[in-house]
Design a protein around this ligand. Sequence first.
Ligand SMILES: *Cc1c(COP(=O)(O)O)cnc(C)c1O
Length: 367
Amino acid sequence: MIKFVDLKRQYTSIREEIDDAISSVIAGTAFIGGKYVQSFAGEFAKYIGVKHCITCGNGTDAIEIALKSLGIGNGDEVIVPTHTWISTSEAVTLVGAKPVFSDTLSYYYTINPHEIEKHITPATRAIIPVHLFGLPADMDPITLLAKKHKLFVLEDCAQAHGAKIDGKLAGTFGDIATFSFYPSKNLGAFGDAGCIVTNNDELAEKATLIANHGQLIKHEHKIEGRNSRLDGIQGAILTAKLKHLNDWNERRIVNAKIYFEYLKDIQQVRTPASIDGFTHVYYVYCIKALERDKLRQYLNSKGIETAIHYPKMLPMLDAYKHIEQSPDEFKMSYEYQPFILSLPMYPELTEEEIKYICDSIKEFYSK
Ligand SMILES: *Cc1c(COP(=O)(O)O)cnc(C)c1O
């Protein structure tokens, strides 16, 4: 049985570090905020290479808080990709603004920079590129376009901890960026967790206020905020795990290379795109496969778990049946959607397992 995600293997490999981290928090009763959270925020800001990291409850809150910090709300429009996890568009709606969907690219699965401009109206305030599956969106044309139209860029880095373009880390291209530390993410907590990063002092202060009841100093509420805080146990766990992130990402990249070698000659399968200068960190290893659903069933019968990220493009969901956009606007993502399939991918996956998965795929098509 090859699980789609196997978090137990990772825990087992660093059990002592994690158990020590948890015990320290309990012994120090630093349950919410406190020194373990502070210390993680500092370490993560250093890792990304930004001035500020504001921790919060989860990656969805992070996007919502970042949008509010940018002053986005009622009457505003924000451009988001058709192909992403719903948090990206949900957060836009949560602040009172309107998500406007823009098509994504086959093989890359990130927003198509050349499709964005046609969605810009006088109400557009921001673009949220998502570095989907661990591959950075093409940030050069996006930031140029944003500059031209005076729009903010908020990077959704929930799937891209450590991803880079020409050595520059995802999270450092826009005005503000958000991360999720959901357990299965490349850097994952043992529960919900998230953060906002930025080099802008003013945005950092606003985000800090919003995430913690509008107070920088206890009981000095400058505004009404909300409660979205990171707890000490997650902070300590994330600090321990951050030390391994580069190593884990390297192993994901090695695993992707092994997949590529075993899959490259199968006509019915296309491996994900790699781009010169872009460091893909493979949160998800997404292939395009003919007869996808039958293949998925076959792999399941061979003890191989797979997933689909995601079964429907966002504009096709009931949640968005009210949008006025035409399906013609999302041609490419709608076209590739029936073929995408995510194969098991984690640092601890062995070459033997990858070979077994690829052999099973070969077997399916040769029948
Ligand atoms: C996981 C994820 C989020 C949200 O993170 P949570 O911590 O689950 O709220 C946002 N955007 C994308 C693209 C994600 O994959």
